[in-house]
Design a binder for this molecule. Structure first.
Ligand code: KG4
Ligand code: ZN
Length: 355
């Protein structure tokens, strides 16, 4: 490894085509994102086939733009990383084939990166964070609590049995006629609402584990809306939905913090709690998580939002971590629609098999 290693990363597992270039100090030399949000908005969610076609046309311009932003040519790049899963397979295939082609043509190492590992290690370049730490990943595709022990060593404490928290916001917003993406719309609308006026059940309160379930909230909201007589108090429903999702995240995070603390080796230092994913943009949820963290002797870290949501800098960074220990991926790597971070984790109880 040379002193000035530089990795180019590609992310295309959902509805954003991204390319970033990073050096081994974690400096971002380029970070380009082509979002498809406006294309999917009329459908109220991501249409996989449409997403794949968009990735195909955006991939090359996004890489060209990243190189231009960095002022570098491909000759200066020391390795190519791309999300190899989990995610929508069409997009993952396009990113993987592009990365392999670039690496093969330039005789560079190729790194297939687990998208979740990208989120998990983001705070390592944004905050130069040392292992271990506790992570809450809360996005439109994932809701997980993980102990991030060291590179490649991740212990999943819990995951969702069905929908992700972001999905609950999106589906709730659709039901209330607030548009897509639902999270920001619900947050805005909730400001003038009373979270106490409509009661929605907080899922899985009877279980002392770290697993989530959000599909029931949507059903409870739908039932509550249909039973309501007179004009629908949208703000009250939005506030109640937000408060219920927040309470669920808080109660599971509390259990995870206790578990993490009980396995911590040192009792002197404050432990670290990282929150990542699009739902972390929600101010109410952030405030509640922060006070929980303080009460449990955790320092809460929230990477800047542009690196919390899907981006290629996190993929390039994980590529760099593996590059630094010389662990590249073979060219016969096959993209994985499912790829749990913790291969040893037992499946969550009930019907869920989400990663
Ligand atoms: O991490 P992200 O950008 O994409 C992936 O899912 O990978 O997360 C998007 C999710 C969407 O479900 C969106 O509704 C939710 O994050 N979100 C929010 C807020 N902003 C985005 N949820 C609640 N409050 C917000 N302010
Ligand atoms: Zn993501």
């Amino acid at each position: 490894m040379t002193k000035q290693s530089i990795i180019l990363g590609i992310e295309s597992s959902c509805d954003e085509t991204c390319c970033a270039i990073i050096n081994q100090n974690g400096d971002i030399l380029a970070n380009v994102i082509a979002s498809q949000a406006s294309i999917h908005a009329p459908n109220g969610g991501v249409v996989p086939e449409v997403a794949a076609r968009e990735h195909l046309s955006a991939m090359r311009p996004v890489i060209t733009e990243a190189l231009k932003q960095s002022g570098l040519t491909l000759e200066k790049i020391n390795g190519i990383a791309a999300t190899g899963g989990p995610g929508l397979i069409g997009g993952v295939l396009i990113g993987t084939m592009t990365a392999k082609a670039l690496a093969f043509a330039r005789d560079l190492p190729y790194y297939a990166i687990n998208h979740l590992e990208g989120h998990a290690l983001t705070a390592r370049f944004t905050h130069k964070l040392e292992f271990p730490y506790l992570l809450l990943l809360v996005s439109g595709g994932h809701t997980q609590l993980l102990s991030i022990n060291s590179l490649g060593q991740y212990e999943r404490y819990g995951t969702t049995l069905d929908d992700a928290a972001g999905e609950a916001f999106d589906k709730g917003a659709k039901l209330l006629g607030l548009g897509y993406p639902g999270g920001p719309a619900i947050e805005k609308c909730a400001k003038t609402g009373n979270p106490e006026s409509i009661k929605l059940p907080i899922p899985r309160q009877q279980y002392r584990d770290c697993h989530f379930s959000f599909s029931g909230i949507k059903t409870a909201l739908a039932n509550s809306v249909s039973k309501h007589s007179g004009p629908i108090p949208t703000a009250d429903f939005a506030a109640s939905l937000q408060a219920t999702i927040s309470s669920s995240l808080i109660s599971r995070s509390e259990i995870a913090m206790e578990r993490f603390a009980s396995s911590a080796t040192s009792e002197e230092n404050k432990m670290t709690f990282v929150v990542a994913g699009g739902v972390a943009a929600n101010k109410e949820i952030r405030k509640n998580l922060k006070s929980l963290a303080e009460s449990k002797n955790f320092n809460m870290i929230l990477p800047p939002l542009e690196f919390c949501t899907d981006n290629a800098a996190m993929i390039a960074w994980v590529g760099m971590e593996y590059h630094m220990i010389g662990k590249k991926t073979e060219f016969d790597f096959a993209p994985k629609p499912r790829w749990p971070l913790d291969q040893k984790a037992s499946p969550p109880p009930g019907r869920g098999v989400r990663q």
